[in-house]
Design a protein around this ligand. Sequence first.
Ligand code: NAD
Ligand code: USQ
Length: 389
Amino acid sequence: MKILIVGGDGYLGWPTAMYLANRGHAVTVVDNFHRRLWDLEIGASSLVPILSLQERVVLWERISNKPIGVEVGDVTDYPFVEHVFKKYDPEAIIHYGEHRSAPFSMLSRRHAVLTQVNNIVGTMNILFAMHDLSPDSHLVKLGTMGEYGTPNIDIEEGFLEINHNGRSDLMPYPKQPPSFYHLSKVHDSHNIMFVCRAWGLRSTDLNQGVVYGIHTDETALDAGLATRLDYDDVWGTVLNRYCVQAAIDHPLTVYGKGGQTRGFLDIRDTLRCVELATIYPAAPGEYRVFNQFTEQFTVLELAHKVADASTKMGWEPMIENVDNPRVEAEEHYYNAKHTKLLDLGLEPHFLSETLIDHLLETVRRHSSEVNRRLLYPTHSWKAGRHSGG
Ligand code: NAD
Ligand code: USQ
């Protein structure tokens, strides 16, 4: 298939590009490198060194002999999006190209607005390009489990049967997102659902949980093909952060009581889920929602798993309950359905000691480069404490 991967220089986009190219698809990566710029603002960088996109592609093509196209540009710029659609006429657009940090979106008015403009405008431009230039193409859009929040009832996959005053309907599941970033995904979902209905476009919205790990079959081929590993308090996700903290004898930072339950998945399952959604597309006019995660844990459970693995390696991990910088429930009911990708053929890689050991060994090799000032959270989300700038 002719596939565009928007955000193909990122943590998930780059391994996806190699994975799909390896399986014979004609892959073109689109990115504007803003993520690398936003890192500079925070003073953060990937713990595992990463090459530039162009260097990665040259190395990949030398090793695999499978081409990956590159288009550098910003999807909030419509003439650029038009140019890309006219040149490639994609059958599928895998859209990772958004700003993805909840803490970043909560830093100030500027960060909140930047996040929402980037994400919502970029997605709208892709929808208009699909409508005008490739109306039969399929959008595989990365959303987030955070769109649902943490309701006190089971979470369904996208839609909920509602009975009201003697009548019933299948309605979009209620959304209670916890940050301006997560809200941007809700706004995207509404826009996408609308154009599927109004214009007959086809789309799959993947409500993904928190991803962990950096190892895939393709990244293992050469150190130069590595994907990024974020560990700072703005970009780092929880399990990746715990592993880095354990590797440098820093306390594992459990925010608050640690009863926050989330859906998680191995990065290899992200690639497979996106592949499944792409090769089994939505029908014209169909807007599908898949919950993309394989297991759910509390963040305290995860800290214990990392601590146990570290102890077995002879390290002396500590778990610290730090003041929670976020506004979120620390003890709550959580039961989210996630069967649709399994039905399509997903065979999950569950979180294992081997995986944690592998991640711990990798980060230990780079432990001298960890910036300790990025480990404790420094920005509170509490109301009234955001700067207007
Ligand atoms: P990332 O920040 O590593 O990659 C995103 C890429 O998109 C970056 O390379 C960035 O430069 C690019 N980008 C952003 N805005 C762009 C624009 N306007 N034009 C062109 N390129 C742009 O993020 P990631 O972790 O790879 O996440 C990818 C997607 O998956 C995001 O949409 C994110 O919300 C979603 N997601 C990620 C996780 C996770 O745990 N990493 C979990 C659930 C959902
Ligand atoms: N947490 C800790 N300690 C830490 C870091 C985080 O306890 O050191 C807690 C947070 O308070 C939160 C949970 O871990 O309760 C998850 O936080 P996270 O930073 O790992 O992930 P999150 O902010 O939710 O965002 C990440 C991705 C985002 C994606 C989301 C999926 O950055 O792009 O949308 O995971 S989900 O969580 O399902 O919404």
